[in-house]
Design a protein. Structure first.
Length: 386
């Protein structure tokens, strides 16, 4: 009899534990005021440095730091229908999940699309710059407006739309005018991240406004796995197997060369390049003259640039005769990030590309070490025609 009671006691104990766990799950969904509030996965950031999300019972606090700003930007995200917290006087309150929003940059669009929230989008900057077929379809159906951006934004049109949220890159007078008109405006500073993975991780920032942190984290984790798998292909290459590379081109007499701590430099490193400006400590582009670049890069193996108008080497020479002095020009090793332009010149590199750093990395590996990815086809870069 005693032996038979042992499993019974164990069973009762297990049942008690299971009941307690169910109770805890129930309690976790109850707000302090008694209403049901969804509890989302917390945001864990691994690469992005420019924002954070702090969680409380029925609200979140999103903090954004931006280069050049004296103070960080803060936003209180309140579950719809819940009372706002007494704290944080003067900090903008935004009810979530947001029902309508405006995105003023193509770099914001892939986040919204990947989170499955395109139906919430009511306006964009300019349809000509957009490559997404889904967004073009919505625009053609009259479901999206164009409002411009920055100081050229159509304030009246935005105020008529009265979106729950406007996402912008930087605060300006238009930003303040919208806030005065009762429109919530948030700053997305992903552009300031020093790595492509850091930029891509801002999908978690956008997700916080839709209560979709768990989805964003899962998508980003898969992206990191793909990126690291490709990066691993080049990590053991000896120095003499890494082609020398320089980037950029002249713009109004100044050559803008990516600093050694920029995402472009990191991408080249991960792709197995010997980037000639890798030792520089700048996180921004360097302003150089032609002679300085030529002295260092005249015999470089490869030149990677981004000029929408350059389709052939004759286009390069037409821009400046001096370009043909570079060895990379003579050997035809010039690659341009303009493989996905729409008919108006909108470059998908600045839209989908920034949410596909694993593909950008694969493109550069294919350019520098084609044998490592024999089946990969270039997506965002193209070799200039002879």
């Amino acid at each position: 009899m005693t032996g038979a009671l042992v499993p019974t006691r164990k069973k009762r104990k297990v049942n008690a534990v299971l009941k307690a766990k169910r109770w805890m799950r129930f309690l976790c969904c109850i707000a302090v005021w008694g209403a049901v509030v969804p509890i989302q996965a917390r945001v864990d950031l691994h690469y992005a440095r420019g924002f954070r999300v702090d969680y409380f019972d029925a609200y979140k606090v999103v903090t954004v730091t931006r280069p050049g700003a004296e103070e960080p930007f803060r936003y209180i995200l309140i579950q719809r229908g819940q009372a706002p917290p007494d704290r944080y006087e003067g900090v903008p309150r935004i009810e979530i999940p947001v029902r309508t929003l405006i995105a003023t940059s193509t770099t914001h669009l892939p986040h919204i699309e990947k989170l499955g929230e395109l139906e919430r989008l009511v306006a964009i900057d300019n349809i000509k710059y957009v490559n997404s077929e889904a967004i073009h379809s919505r625009f053609a159906a009259g479901e999206l407006a164009e409002v411009g951006r920055g100081m050229s934004i159509d304030l009246e049109k935005v105020l008529v739309l009265q979106p729950d949220l406007v996402i912008t890159d930087a605060p300006d007078n238009a930003h303040l005018a919208l806030q005065e008109g009762g429109v919530s405006v948030v700053v997305n500073a992903a552009y300031a991240e020093p790595s492509l993975l850091g930029r891509a991780e801002w999908i978690k920032f956008v997700a916080a406004f839709f209560d979709k942190e768990e989805l964003a984290s899962a998508q980003f984790d898969n992206l990191v796995v793909r990126y690291e798998a490709r990066s691993a292909l080049t990590q053991h290459l000896p120095a003499d197997a890494r082609p020398s590379v320089f980037v950029g081109s002249l713009w109004r007499g100044t050559w803008f060369m990516s600093g050694g701590k920029t995402y472009a430099a990191q991408l080249l490193k991960d792709a197995g390049a010997n980037y000639l400006w890798a030792d520089d400590d700048s996180q921004q582009s360097l302003s150089l003259d032609f002679e300085t670049v030529y002295e260092k890069a005249h015999d470089a193996d490869c030149w990677i640039t981004m000029q929408n108008a350059w389709l052939s080497r004759s286009d390069v020479v037409a821009a400046d005769e001096r370009y043909k002095k570079f060895s990379a020009f003579k050997t035809g090793q010039i690659f341009n990030a303009n493989a996905r332009l729409n008919k108006y010149g909108g470059n998908d590199y600045w839209e989908t590309g920034l949410m596909e750093p694993d593909v950008l990395l694969a493109d550069i590996i294919k350019i520098l070490h084609p044998n490592l990815l024999p089946d990969h086809q270039l997506k965002y870069y193209r070799k200039l025609d002879p």
